[in-house]
Design a protein around this ligand. Structure first.
Ligand code: FAQ
Length: 317
């Protein structure tokens, strides 16, 4: 816990706040909260919102190339949902006092972080299938847990997001089953995608607990309901058997479930993780450039919407 940050808080109010959290009550925007709680929530919800927006890019590029009309429709709907999730999350973060405009500026200037995993390229349709199934699966494990957390607006946003994510997961699983049980070439494509995405997927849950900067504070205040390692373990327990069931392999010879129920795995390269989340991954520059362009191209729409005095002209026909 960052004691320095709490030094100037009113100890009585702080105690009441912590008692409320302990009792399982929700904290609402009008309630008193320590500055550190507000700061941490803004950081986490904002990063989450950015991840939804940037996360829609690697899949979005596959909409035009999706194999068949049904896959195209489903993927388009999924990508729209992800952008909708960002809207919900930006609104939740705004309740804490940071404007949406500032959050977008911080994203496109590279000041804010977003999920490591979306800085890797989706080379083939199978990469898009991996994201729809397994990245969504990872997101759900994290979000179902955190939807039972302490900050009302974030929990309510997560509840709604999880319902939609559950659909994405089914769609993604269907796509992967199709590839894994299809032709030899389809199966090979799917296997290669798993090989490419496995390490970034392990990193997705954050650094190991022993080096995680924020877990202790966030878990004390029930913002995070599972630690990074526990979320990773839950994901492995739920999805490794499902991957193996499809006769696909995981590129980690060490991976196995021990007698104590814990999964053993090769640690991903945490130095690579640091580089990627700090802007130096394979696609960071491209992802932010796309967002910057979208922001510039959408300026006229925002300006038009911000002219309350503009009169509505009735169309002639
Ligand atoms: N990527 O102290 P911790 C999705 C940073 S949504 C990038 O352990 P914390 C939907 C962390 O910010 C995916 N950075 O951090 C979808 C901190 O840096 P800072 C996103 C990461 O907050 C699916 C530093 O490392 N989900 O995928 C990552 O306690 C398909 C130290 O780490 C959320 O955002 C990472 N993976 O735990 C969309 C859920 N991990 O800020 C499209 C909400 C850590 O001090 C297609 N967030 N860092 O400079 C969380 O649950 C937490 O923030 C964690 C990280 C668990 C991600």
């Amino acid at each position: 816990m960052s004691k320095d940050f709490l030094a100037d808080e009113d100890p009585v109010k702080l105690q009441e706040f912590e008692d409320r959290i302990e009792r399982g009550e929700k904290i609402e925007p009008v309630d008193w909260m320590p500055k550190l709680y507000r700061k941490q929530l803004i950081r986490m919800i904002e990063q989450h919102a950015h991840s939804e927006i940037i996360g829609s890019l690697p899949e979005g590029t596959w909409i035009t190339r999706a194999p068949g009309f049904k896959r195209k429709l489903a993927l388009m709907a999924k990508v729209q949902d992800e952008v909708g999730h960002a809207q919900l999350l930006y609104s939740a973060a705004e309740t804490l006092g940071k404007s949406r405009e500032q959050m977008i500026v911080d994203l496109i200037n590279g000041k804010s972080k977003y999920s490591n995993i979306f800085n890797y390229p989706a080379y083939t349709w199978a990469d898009s299938c991996f994201i729809s199934w397994l990245v969504d699966a990872g997101a759900i494990v994290n979000q179902v847990a955190n939807s039972r957390g302490s900050y009302g607006p974030y929990c309510r946003a997560l509840e709604r997001i999880c319902v939609e994510e559950a659909f994405h997961l089914k769609y993604g699983h269907h796509c992967v089953i199709h590839m894994a049980t299809g032709t030899d070439i389809q199966k090979k494509m799917m296997q290669e995608a798993i090989n490419r995405w496995w390490k970034p997927m392990l990193m997705f849950f954050g650094p190991p607990d022993k080096i995680s900067a924020h877990t202790e504070t966030l878990m004390k205040w029930k913002v995070k309901m599972l630690s990074n390692d526990d979320t990773r373990q839950q994901f492995l327990g739920m999805y490794v058997p499902k991957i193996w069931e499809l006769d696909l392999t995981i590129p980690d010879e060490k991976l196995r479930k021990n007698d104590d129920g814990k999964w053993e795995y090769t640690e991903p390269d945490w130095e690579e993780f640091k580089r990627v989340i700090n802007g130096d991954g394979p696609c960071n520059a491209e992802r932010l450039a796309v967002r910057r362009t979208a922001e510039e191209r959408g300026r006229w729409v925002r300006e038009a919407l911000n002219r309350p005095k503009a009169t509505y002209v009735t169309p002639l026909a």
